[in-house]
Design a protein around this ligand. Sequence first.
Ligand SMILES: C[S@@+](CC[C@H](N)C(=O)[O-])C[C@H]1O[C@@H](n2cnc3c(N)ncnc32)[C@H](O)[C@@H]1O
Length: 246
Amino acid sequence: MDGMAAELWRRTEPMLQSDFLMRQHFPEWLGDVSGKHILDACCGEGYVARMLAARGATVKAFDHNPRMIELAQSVTEPSGIEYKVASMKDFDKIYQHEAFDVVVWSGMPPFFDEKGLYRSIEQLANLLSADGKLLVTNLHTDAYFKRAKSNWVILTSELDSKLDTQQGSLDFYTPDKRLAFSGPTYFHTPLQIKKAISAANLEIREEHAPLASQEDIKHFPRMWVDEVRIPFYYAVIGVKSQKHEN
Ligand SMILES: C[S@@+](CC[C@H](N)C(=O)[O-])C[C@H]1O[C@@H](n2cnc3c(N)ncnc32)[C@H](O)[C@@H]1O
């Protein structure tokens, strides 16, 4: 994808703001993943895939950027993650005979317009097992309307706080101020994400808008200004419930 500085996403430990405020919570939100069959959709360089595989899950993961998959495959531990170069346009053909206990779509809504968001979530939901979970995470509305004083995310366009989905653009920096992403982005409210999950016949089971913990603040202290009080990420878990089975 244009605008993504692949090398800057590579990491073996928490590094990006979203690692502290979002990805580190996945094990707590997903519960025991040992023995679970998990798909990490749009996996980037595999940070989340590795986190879940290290906890005993069987993980498959794909990304459309071959450079990201190359970076992911260059990390050999934990072993056994099956990576593929695939896009949201064709992944469902690749995995059509599988049923995943958990599908993770982390940080991806900004890359899709409203129609693409609904379509993607429906495709992902179709790959879930009978009571499978879909975890979707996104920038929280506060991230663009309240604006972080540490400037890890800088909006480069004006937004309308009344719209559920709109296009804008942003720059996203690593804590050491390197530009990790720059470009057009879709801003979806939490309500819009929930509507897309419900439209895919999943039951909304959990919602989270985590704040920085004291432990987080010890890491990269220069990164935290007002971020300790403002939710910058939103996560929701939808579950395929039995009543939607027939
Ligand atoms: C913000 S990163 C998130 C990576 C990972 N999900 C995580 O949470 O660390 C976005 C990733 O999505 C991939 N991507 C963007 N559009 C995609 C698409 N249509 N199909 C597959 N991958 C896509 C990019 O190549 C990039 O690796």
